[in-house]
Design a protein around this ligand. Structure first.
Ligand code: C2E
Ligand code: MG
Ligand code: MG
Ligand code: MG
Length: 288
């Protein structure tokens, strides 16, 4: 894949997320118990318009509030869930939290934000799951355009025809659809063009340090050109430095997400963050 290619091209060791060994996985029994105890909660990471520094939306990223081990990232349990019947319940439990949060932000008069939620390969291929997902959103009263489902290239490719059908159904219902981690999978341009995406998220492997590494810069530039030619919004993941921000802006990227702007945070911190960081973000957008 492109990631492997770039890792061989003389990068610092340990630089590519794809080669770091995953932590040991929680057992399914523990995960099932955590679901019953409602210990999976979304954190939210802002997505910022590069043109003016405005907050456009947030991505929901799951965290396990483990009673003994503290806050656990998805690297500790997502792989264990894949391929099991628990994955559907897990995603629906997280979506329930997300919907409650959207309604809460609306009640507090926050400007409308789109919230992105990650779906797994299993989720995307499962017609019954998509039915339950859409029914859950309908019942909450949240309008579909407030939500963007993020799917990876690999998830789409695993069961292409089911994935295409379900993506079509989600788009028809008015949801946004993002291709996540673009650039590290194997799909061809032709397959990509068949998918009804509204957003293209470029993997951080091509964003981090793009200003210093010509090969990353090159992949980043062609990914942005692809998104622009297809007329979908482009989002850069993993923006960590002002240099990367400036390069992305000059290449015409629409939105940025990354530690330079904000780390994923609990819902309760978002309102304060918006208030505190508005001026800093506007200054960043105006930076020469
Ligand atoms: P993703 O969807 O590509 O999410 C982006 C990941 O990059 C997040 O890691 C985020 O915390 C991290 N990140 C954001 N900005 C930066 C940055 O500037 N630098 C670096 N180094 N990292 C940054 P996280 O939260 O650990 O999630 C990892 C992956 O787990 C996600 O990748 C997604 O594939 C999966 N995931 C997260 N939440 C869910 C979920 O609710 N359901 C499913 N199925 N998968 C999820
Ligand atoms: Mg994502
Ligand atoms: Mg991603
Ligand atoms: Mg990624």
């Amino acid at each position: 894949s492109l990631t492997q290619l770039l890792c061989k091209a003389g990068d610092r060791p340990g630089d590519c997320a794809a080669v770091a060994p995953p932590p040991s996985q929680a057992s399914l029994e523990e995960i099932a118990q955590a679901l019953v105890r409602d210990e999976f909660v979304p954190f939210f990471q802002p997505k910022i318009a590069m043109r003016n520094g405005q907050l456009k939306g947030v991505e929901a990223l799951v965290r396990w509030q483990h009673p003994q081990r503290g806050l656990l990232s998805p690297a500790h349990f997502i792989d264990a869930l894949e391929g099991t019947p628990l994955m559907a319940d897990f995603t629906l439990a997280l979506v329930r939290h997300v919907l409650e949060q959207i309604l809460d932000w609306q009640r507090h008069g926050l400007p409308p934000l789109t919230v992105s939620v990650n779906l797994s390969a299993d989720n995307l291929a499962d017609r019954g799951f998509i039915d339950r997902l859409m029914a859950q959103v309908s019942a909450s009263g949240v309008a579909p355009p407030a939500l963007v489902w993020e799917v990876t290239e690999t998830s789409v490719m695993r069961q292409l025809s089911q994935a295409l059908t379900n993506m079509g159904r989600l788009r028809l219902a008015g949801y946004g659809l993002a291709m996540d981690d673009f650039g590290i999978g194997y799909s061809s341009m032709q397959q990509f063009a068949r998918c009804p995406f509204t957003e293209l998220k470029i993997d951080r492997a091509f964003v981090n340090g793009a200003a210093q590494w010509p090969n990353r810069h090159m992949v980043l530039k062609s990914a942005l050109e692809l998104g622009q030619s297809l007329g979908v919004a482009t989002v850069a993941e993993g923006v960590e430095t002002v240099e990367d921000w400036k390069l992305l802006r000059d290449l015409g990227c629409d939105m940025a997400q990354g530690y330079l702007l904000a780390k994923p945070m609990p819902a309760a911190e978002l309102v304060g963050w918006i208030r505190q960081d508005r001026r800093r973000l506007r200054a960043l957008a105006g930076e020469e």
